[in-house]
Structure formats: C-alpha cells, structure tokens
Write a protein that binds this ligand. Sequence first.
Ligand code: NAP
Length: 229
Amino acid sequence: MTVTLITGANRGIGFETARQLLALGHTVYIGARDAERGEKAAAELGARFVQLDVTDDASVGQALETIGRTEGALDVLINNAGVMATGVPDGPSALRSFDTNAVGIVRVTEAALPWLRRSANPMVVNITSSMGSFWAATTPERPEFHITSGPLYAASKSAATMLTVQYAKAHPGIKFNALEPGYTATDMTAEMEGGRPVEESAAVVVRMATLDVDGPTGTYSDENGVLPW
Ligand code: NAP
C-alpha cells in the first residue's frame, strides 16, 4: 500500500489529487490547517486527515509523527499548500508568502525525511509554479512575463523550485521534483480569468507522484515536459 501525504488538500488541486490517488489505491492523508475543513474533505473522499499547518513547526512535527507511527513509512509527499499574496508587497505579506510557499516545504520535508527513508520508492512532489521561472518571467512570449501582480508569489515559488533542486542533490535515494500543475480555476485564481478544470491539473500531479523507482529527480516541469529554470 502506497502512503501519500498531500498538504493543503482540503480544497483545490490538492483535494482533487487526493481523489485521484485514492482511486489508484493510495492511502491518502489530507493535510489541512483547519480541522473542521480537513475532516470534512477527508470524509467526503474516504481519505485520512491530519491537522497540518505548514507554517507551524509543532503542527508539522505532530502530523508526520502520527502518519509515521501509524503507517511505518511515507512513500509520497506532495507539498501542495500555497498562498498567493496580491496587492502592494510589504514585510508581513512577504513573510507570509515565503513562510507558506517555501519555508513550509522545508518544515514538512524535514519532518517527513525519516519516514520517507523507510519507503521502497520515496518521492516528493513540490507544487511550485512557472511564475517562479526566471526564464518565463523574462521571456515576452510567455504569459508569466506580463503578470506583475504577484511578485511575492513568484519569488517564493522560485525559492520552492530551488529547494527542490537542493533536496534532490542532498538525498539521492529520494526523488524530488518541482511541478507546475497548469493554470487552474480554483479559489486561488478566482479573481483572474480562465483556468482549466481542477481534474486536468490534478492528473499532472498524479503522474509526477506515481513515478517508477528509477524515475527522474531534481526536475522542474509542467505537463509538456521540462520547464527552463
Ligand atoms: P487553493 O484552492 O487556494 O488551495 C490552497 C490550499 O492550500 C488550501 O487547501 C489551503 O487551506 C492550503 N493552505 C494555505 N496555507 C496553508 C497552511 N499554512 N497550511 C496548510 N495548508 C495551507 O489553491 P490551488 O490553486 O489548489 O493551489 C494548490 C497549489 O498549486 C499551490 O501551491 C499553488 O501555488 C499551486 N499552483 C496553482 C495554480 C493555479 O492555477 N491554481 C498554478 C500553479 C501552481 P485553507 O483552506 O485552510 O486556506
């Protein structure tokens, strides 16, 4: 049985990814910072729930301890929780963006490492964004070039992608890959136009979360393949 933890899975891409991985037979833990929202989501899907706020060391430590002690190992970690700050950047909004989108990955990954090491095919998928690609942000033909409303989001996702590279090099026995899931209609993008159905983007996440043991590590990609950094 493959044991999978998805952070921020009570709604959006994380929730749908949980649904699709459950259908593939994974034991899925929905990590959610709010117990009521998380329990409701888990009950709806037939998943398990752990309280997990990626900005809170104690909450993260306890969540991974609960999963590890219950299951004996963690096979797949999907660092999906994220926030997008809009408006004029300031200190508090910058701290919140980086705390959730980048430092959160460090907290959860570090707490998960002992349990990932007990898996026969451990992998971590970091849901970053093409908004954090220096190439996309400096290429006028790319939509990311023209989006200037989320500098903190973009910069914190660049950090998340770099963390993926560094973790992949530091832990060759565990696959770490950064993924742009695709522009999706969720609460995060509700004030923007368009966005595809969550099912399509979750399928991209599922593909990266179900790699063979000899699958790639240290990559940055979207559904079309490698994304330039
Ligand atoms: P969403 O619908 O806004 O969902 C975000 C999820 O993250 C929610 O479950 C939220 O929980 C959770 N979260 C936020 N802060 C948290 C914290 N401190 N601890 C634990 N959970 C926390 O967004 P989404 O579109 O599904 O985004 C999922 C991921 O995909 C994010 O990392 C996002 O940056 C990335 N992404 C999205 C798009 C897109 O087009 N939507 C594109 C590229 C990348 P609450 O309900 O408690 O707030």
